[in-house]
Write a protein that binds this ligand. Structure first.
Ligand SMILES: Cc1cc2nc3c(=O)[nH]c(=O)nc-3n(C[C@H](O)[C@H](O)[C@H](O)COP(=O)(O)OP(=O)(O)OC[C@H]3O[C@@H](n4cnc5c(N)ncnc54)[C@H](O)[C@@H]3O)c2cc1C
Length: 416
């Protein structure tokens, strides 16, 4: 059987490795639009700061080790499900027996002028290299970043490490609003300001602007960000970090059901038999709320790839739902945010510059945010995803050592 996987991110890699773990016979072809071996996007910042090799995520010999026919620099532009056929940008076509769509997501920038040359993003290694090369050539001493979500924060801190003066504008009244509650976000903001990132909240970017004469000639390069207030912020390098959206362009006329992302069933099959999908490109139910959405984080992509791989290897495995979970590693103080940031009861404590906030709904942990001491994360997440009644534990949840040693065993013994 010939299985073709489009996309070499965490979802595609996880699918390939899972198939190969159970099936030595299948021919696996993996296609990547980028000119690299598989890499981990969360490792990009470390790669540029510390020189750690981003490709070592799976190793230079991953295709050989996994017995995958790996083709880089190949962009799929069309799927013809009736023919079991894929077409590439250069016109080449290949056939498949089973197809996995793992094409991830790209920049979503609902800001006028974002498509102009000179507007960068930090969504892929190719895009990141374009930014860092400009800095290394000495062409970028100042940067303006639009958006203070977690990708915006990563590129802001990276540019500060590289000695660039960074202004970051955010239209909301806090940083990382999807992930962090207001109290945790306030700490993250202080840490970013302390690192020298000039974060400006409640500041909406209206449009990227270029030299008007050049723009009229059709070759304008963005030079500044114009704010809703009318003020213009100039920068040697301009970056949009305003969100992500699934890579779906090649689905036109394919008949594969999609809205914002690809619709899949509980086995991560698309509306077309023989075609599965995983990662940032799909819509799946939330593990806690059942709400269907694209939740673009690494562990979800890996788990979805695993479920797809198991189903293709002949098992019958349903996907249990997407988690909300993220950690911030580059702020100097570890931060973890998991699950919801609301509930009918909130427990909170501040200790040694850190913060622990736990959200409960009818005595069940539905989310938590940890700053500083994050050692309780494992046990809190277990309580959350198992939907355990934590009523008897409430008095322990904020203890410094909750989540460690005997205390945990004593605490969870009734539930074990
Ligand atoms: C800077 C950064 C930091 C992040 N940090 C974290 C973090 O700390 N924690 C966390 O949980 N998540 C983090 N994420 C998000 C996480 O990386 C993504 O959720 C994850 O990579 C999604 O995996 P994926 O395989 O679905 O897609 P992707 O990783 O986006 O990979 C998709 C691949 O498909 C390729 N492709 C797309 N279209 C085509 C086509 N038509 N033909 C061929 N190939 C194609 C793309 O080039 C890409 O290589 C971060 C993301 C970024 C950008």
């Amino acid at each position: 059987m010939k299985i073709v996987i489009v996309g070499a991110g965490p979802a595609g890699v996880s699918a390939a490795e899972t198939i190969r773990a159970y099936d030595n016979e299948a021919e696996i072809v993996m296609l990547s639009a980028e000119p690299y071996l598989p890499y981990s996007p969360p490792a990009m910042a470390d790669h540029f700061i510390h020189g750690s090799d981003v490709h070592l995520w799976r190793g230079e010999d991953w295709p050989q080790q996994t017995d995958v026919h790996y083709r880089k620099g190949v962009e799929v532009t069309r799927i013809e499900p009736d023919e079991h056929l894929l077409q590439f940008k250069d016109g080449e076509t290949i056939k498949y027996d089973r197809l996995v769509i793992a094409t991830g997501s790209r920049l979503y920038a609902p800001v006028k002028g974002a498509e102009m040359p000179g507007v960068h993003n930090f969504k892929s290694l190719s895009a990141a290299e374009a930014i860092v090369e400009q800095v290394k050539r000495g062409e970028a001493r100042t940067a303006v970043i639009v958006g203070a979500g977690f990708i915006g924060m990563e590129i802001a801190l990276l540019l500060r490490e590289l000695g660039v003066a960074v202004t970051q504008v955010e239209m909301l009244d806090q940083v990382m609003s999807t992930m962090l509650d207001k109290d945790t976000a306030a700490i993250a903001l202080d840490l970013m300001l302390a690192r020298g990132v000039n974060v400006q909240l409640n500041t909406k970017a209206e449009t990227f602007v270029g030299n008007p004469a050049a723009v009229r000639r059709g070759n304008g390069k963005a030079k500044a960000v114009k704010l809703a207030s009318g003020r213009e912020l100039e920068g040697d390098i301009l970056i949009a970090a305003t969100g992500v959206k699934p890579n779906l362009d090649f689905l036109q006329d394919s008949g594969i059901d999609h809205k914002w992302g690809i619709r899949v069933d509980d086995h991560l099959r698309t509306s077309i038999p023989d075609i599965y999908a995983a990662g940032d490109v799909i819509e799946v139910p939330d593990l806690l709320t059942g709400e269907i959405y694209v939740h673009a984080i690494f562990p979800n992509a890996v788990e979805q790839g695993r479920v797809v791989g198991l189903n293709l290897a002949g098992f019958d495995v349903a996907y249990s739902g997407a988690e909300r979970m993220n950690s911030l590693k580059h702020l100097g103080l570890p931060i973890m945010a998991v699950g919801l940031k609301q509930g009918n009861e909130i427990l909170q404590t501040r200790r040694n510059g850190g913060l622990r906030t736990i959200y409960l709904q009818e005595n069940r942990v539905v989310g938590f945010q940890l700053v500083g001491n994050i050692r309780a994360a494992g046990i809190l997440r277990t309580l959350m995803i198992q939907k355990q009644d934590a009523g008897a534990l409430k008095s322990h949840l904020l203890e410094e050592n909750f989540g460690q040693g005997m205390l945990v065993w004593q605490a969870i013994a009734p539930y074990a």
